[in-house]
Design a protein around this ligand. Structure first.
Ligand code: AP5
Length: 253
């Protein structure tokens, strides 16, 4: 809640498994399945799913007078499928620093998306004495991404993600968890998808190199069901973490 509503709001409690907080970044093109994986990882390790896209969508649902000029401008970039300027995104993330410092850890999805954002995040985390556990990179051919985005439906209340054919809800257009209505995102129209994929290639793909140089990058194949991919991700992160720091406790069942 604090992540979506802004710094004025406090979370009720720290997620379980907080003894060893896991701080993960999920990278990958739009539609590769980052949000789906973040949700599953959240269920397994308890760390919060923090998505910068969700902050913009939450702001977009507020009344006109509740939106700052910078946020109104950001929403226009988003609708076109373009990246929101770094300064606006960074302001939003920086003011939610309590979520990054949370003892429960975090799963960041959709941030950083440019090398500038990655550098700013590193400076902030270094200054707070926080380290990343791993950066997970997911990849999928573009034609499969277009199919995934075209069929995506999202719950307007709890943000659960479905796919019309691959991962349908039990009742058409209704969320399995909270029974609220499902909607199609504005930026999942074909013209916006094209712009988003171009923005990814130009600005976000170089972020992968940034984390490779820091020896934090783990590449995970996204073939199979979301649960299979989540198991694969957990295994790879666990392996990576043990190699760097010794035995793992947080992921042990
Ligand atoms: P954001 O909300 O971050 O969107 P995105 O990165 O484009 O990613 P998506 O949410 O579209 O896809 P996903 O990878 O999470 O896939 P999902 O799990 O939903 O950003 C939106 C916009 O906000 C940006 O374009 C930009 O304007 C702005 N923005 C946000 N952060 C920013 C930043 N840091 N800097 C600048 N601008 C920023 O899955 C997709 C579909 O596939 C679903 O239907 C799902 O059910 C299905 N699916 C998932 N896994 C599988 C599977 N294994 N098999 C079959 N189907 C699957």
């Amino acid at each position: 809640m604090a992540w979506l509503q802004g710094p004025a709001l406090r979370c009720d409690g720290v997620p379980e498994n907080s003894e060893t907080p896991w701080r993960l970044l999920l990278l990958g093109a739009p539609g590769v399945g980052k949000g789906t994986q973040a949700d599953l990882l959240n269920q397994r390790i308890g760390a919060c799913h923090l998505s910068t896209g969700d902050i913009f969508r939450a702001a977009g649902g507020r009344s006109d007078c509740e939106q700052s000029p910078a946020m109104k401008q950001a929403l226009q970039y988003m609708r076109r499928g373009e990246l929101v300027p770094d300064a606006t995104v960074w302001e939003m993330v920086r003011e939610r620093i309590m979520c990054l410092k949370c003892d429960g850890g975090f799963i960041l999805d959709g941030f950083p998306r440019t090398v500038t954002q990655a550098e700013l995040l590193k400076q902030l985390m270094d200054s707070e004495g926080l380290g990343l556990t791993a950066v997970v990179s997911y990849a999928l051919p573009f034609d499969e991404i277009v199919v995934r985005l075209g069929g995506r439906r999202t719950c307007e209340k709890c943000k659960a993600v479905y796919h019309m054919t691959e991962r349908p809800s039990r009742v058409a257009d209704r969320c399995d968890r909270c029974e609220c209505k499902l909607f199609q995102r504005e930026d999942d129209r074909p013209e916006s998808i094209k712009v988003r994929l171009q923005a990814y290639e130009k600005s976000t793909a170089p972020v992968i190199e940034f984390y490779k140089k820091l020896c934090l990058l783990i590449e995970v194949q996204v073939k199979g069901s979301p649960e299979e991919i989540c198991n694969r991700t957990m295994g790879k992160v666990q392996e990576h973490y043990s190699r760097r720091l010794g035995p793992v406790t947080a992921f042990d069942e």
